[in-house]
Each structure stands twice: as structure tokens, then as C-alpha cells.
Write a protein that binds this ligand. Structure first.
Ligand SMILES: [Zn+2]
Length: 226
């Protein structure tokens, strides 16, 4: 479960940081938030494993999944690089912030729109077979503006981390975000590469919620100086 290259002290440091971030930052918006490893879930690790591997062979080494207030991460993941883990948690923090602001039902409805329309159209098809047409159309990867907006806000965290911690060039971060939001990673949420690129280029590192809380935490722990 632990990364063999890091020492016990380093592992302890990351664990403390992770626990503090969850307690001091994420719990402000979601007191039930929890972090667990894939192998702590029988459903993920046994029942659904063959299906998950079929669709995502790298799931157990690379993919994190948020479900029912818990962020499920690959085994040993939190000991890899403290900043990568904090960036991942900061991403979830933005979602937790937005979920609270919008309310859970509205957040999930907007996140899954328009693909979620598949359900009512399918039910309506019991009355008229013609409803199968919009049902099929709605599950296609047609642009999902709200999913794009919600993920865009969460991925601005990468810009914060790249600016304050990784000292990465802004353009490289922007391209990564453009790729994520236009690829099947987010079911082609917003396939308009140039529009996203232009928007990202105009973006400044925000000094307001929810990003301020992330920067304040990093600063309080002396992890950043900028
Ligand atoms: Zn996200």
C-alpha cells in the first residue's frame, strides 16, 4: 500500500498534510468527505473489477473516483508526491464548494445534463416508441456545458499549483486542461478547443473563494512563498 521509495517520515508528513487539508479545508463545505484506497472497497476491488478493467485498464493504478462523499484513490497513491495529492484534493474541494453552493441535486443534474435526459426519455418510450429517438440522442457525447463549467472551475486548481508550486509554464497547463475537457475523460464535455484555450489564457490566478482557501492552506504550511 505504501510507496517503497519514500521513507516512513515522508509518508507520515504526507498523511498529516492530507488529513489537515481534508479537515481544515474540504470539511468546511462537506463535513462527510473521506479519502479511501481502491482496495478498501469490496465493490470496487472485487465485484466491479472485471467491468472496470474492460473500460479502463489503468483504473487501479491511475484513476480516482468520487462517490458518496468518498474519494477513492489508487492504493498507496497519497504517498507518491504530496503536491500531486494536495492538487487532487484541491480539485475535489472546488467540487465540494460548488456542490454546497448549488445544492447536491442541482449540481448532479447540471453535471450529468444533457445525458441524464436519457432516463426520462426512456421511461416515456413505454408510452410512445418515438421517445427512443431523443433517448438515444441524449446519451451521445453531445456538448455538456455545465459539466464543462464545473470541471473547468475545478481544473483552475492546476493553474494555481503550477504557478505557486510546480513553476510550470502556463501554456502547458492550459493545453492539459484543454485536452481533458475535450477528450472522453469527461465524455467530450466541451469539444471547442480554441474557446477553452482563449478563456484559459485570459485567466488570472484567483484570489477569491474557493481558490483563496487552497492558497491560504499552502501558505500556512510554508509550502509556498509566492
Ligand atoms: Zn472534477
Amino acid at each position: 500500500m505504501f510507496d517503497i521509495e519514500s521513507t516512513k517520515e515522508e509518508q507520515k508528513e504526507v498523511e498529516d498534510l492530507v488529513n489537515s487539508f481534508i479537515k481544515e479545508v474540504i470539511h468546511q463545505h462537506n463535513p462527510k468527505f473521506n479519502l479511501k484506497f481502491h482496495d478498501q472497497s469490496w465493490i470496487l476491488n472485487t465485484l466491479l473489477k472485471p467491468i472496470i478493467l474492460l473500460f479502463n485498464p489503468k483504473f487501479y493504478s491511475r484513476t480516482s473516483l468520487y462517490f458518496m462523499n468518498t474519494l477513492w484513490v489508487p492504493n498507496g497513491h497519497i504517498h507518491k508526491n504530496k503536491f500531486e495529492v494536495l492538487q487532487l484534493l484541491a480539485h475535489e474541494y472546488v467540487h465540494a464548494h460548488d456542490r454546497k453552493k448549488l445544492s447536491q441535486p442541482l449540481f448532479y443534474f447540471l453535471y450529468l445534463f444533457p445525458q441524464i435526459l436519457f432516463v426520462p426519455f426512456l421511461l416515456l418510450s413505454m408510452y410512445s416508441i418515438w421517445f427512443l429517438i431523443p433517448a438515444v440522442v441524449s446519451i451521445l457525447p453531445i456538448p455538456a456545458y455545465f459539466r464543462y463549467k464545473l470541471e473547468y472551475r475545478a481544473f483552475l486548481v492546476n493553474k494555481v499549483f503550477n504557478y505557486h508550486i510546480f513553476y510550470m509554464e502556463g501554456a502547458a497547463t492550459n493545453e492539459y486542461i484543454v485536452w481533458l475537457l475535450t477528450s472522453f475523460k469527461y465524455y467530450k464535455a466541451w469539444p471547442f478547443k480554441n474557446l477553452i484555450r482563449i478563456k484559459l489564457e485570459k485567466e488570472t490566478i484567483s484570489n477569491q473563494a474557493p481558490y483563496k482557501e487552497i492558497v491560504d492552506f499552502l501558505r500556512k504550511r510554508n509550502l509556498i512563498t509566492l
